[in-house]
Design a protein around this ligand. Structure first.
Ligand SMILES: Nc1ccn([C@@H]2O[C@H](COP(=O)(O)OP(=O)(O)OP(=O)(O)O)[C@@H](O)[C@H]2O)c(=O)n1
Ligand SMILES: C[C@](O)(CO)[C@H](O)COP(=O)(O)O
Length: 239
């Protein structure tokens, strides 16, 4: 029997997984502890992110949280302090974001099928709408990522000088980045290239990437002013 095509009226029932990568050390933040553990309105950045992915309507079956191997105890302490009861699996990260994603994926090796979202643990303001839209696009097309148009003019720079780029042809890439699980597993068996800064770059030689409208509020907490902006957005009515 042929199965019906996926549409917004017939949501996919294939399992959904999430890998929240939080295995970095936050050198650009320079805070003395990993930025994913810094407080944002009284709660760790990573806890905000975990809450967003475990909203029931999103139907995420398992959340894998990737942490620096020497930070398991700190996260455990934070979970106790904030009485976190949200189920999640903790996995050790690697020397790069690529290695951390690969380790998170290894935990899902036993799963036969499904769709997996990879999301930066330091993007705590991601909305359920963007997560749902990215999952749905990946369920329909195999690979989908959230992205937004640049608001500023953009130039390409080199030692010879600089020149203007046509920003209407550019997009700023965010996470979540969602993939058919076996596709992402195949992509992460390819050799690592140090140029990979996101998952779409790892997958794109194997499969076309769909772009889904992201959200300007989906900040990546990278430098100190990002925390101030994130806090202001959370306090306002527009988060
Ligand atoms: N070895 C690494 C490096 C990064 N990440 C994660 O990938 C996301 C995006 O990376 P980035 O913002 O660069 O985080 P850091 O590597 O911590 O920051 P920095 O580059 O300033 O050191 C973050 O959630 C980070 O924790 C990871 O899981 N494992
Ligand atoms: C994955 C990402 O957040 C998409 O914008 C970004 O590429 C991560 O880059 P970073 O250099 O690791 O911060």
């Amino acid at each position: 029997m042929n199965s019906a095509p996926t549409s917004p009226l017939t949501p996919s029932t294939s399992p959904r997984f999430a890998i929240l990568v939080a295995g970095g050390s936050g050198t650009r933040m320079g805070a003395g502890r990993p930025k994913q553990f810094l407080e944002l309105l009284g709660e760790p950045v990573l806890l905000h992110t975990l809450r967003r992915f475990t909203e029931a309507a999103l139907r995420v079956q398992e959340c894998v949280v990737v942490l620096p191997p020497d930070q398991f105890a700190s996260w455990q302490e934070l979970c106790e302090q904030h009485q976190v009861t949200i189920p999640h699996t903790v996995v050790a990260g690697g020397h790069s974001r690529w290695a951390s994603v690969r380790n998170g994926l290894a935990h899902l090796q036993g799963q036969a099928a499904g769709t997996v979202a990879v999301h930066d643990g330091v993007r705590p303001l991601v909305s359920a709408a963007v997560i749902e839209a990215t999952f749905a696009a990946a369920e329909a097309h195999g690979a989908a990522i959230a992205a937004v148009a640049p608001k500023d003019s953009v130039r390409s720079v080199s030692q010879q000088g600089s020149f203007a780029l046509d920003r209407s042809r550019l997009r700023l890439v965010q996470t979540p980045q969602c993939f058919e699980l076996t596709l992402l597993q195949r992509a992460y068996q390819l050799p690592e290239l140090s140029a990979f800064t996101d998952d779409a770059s790892v997958v794109e030689d194997l499969h076309p990437i769909q772009l889904v409208p992201g959200d300007y509020r989906n900040l990546k907490i990278t430098t100190p002013e990002d925390l101030v902006l994130a806090e202001a957005l959370l306090r306002s009515s527009i988060h």
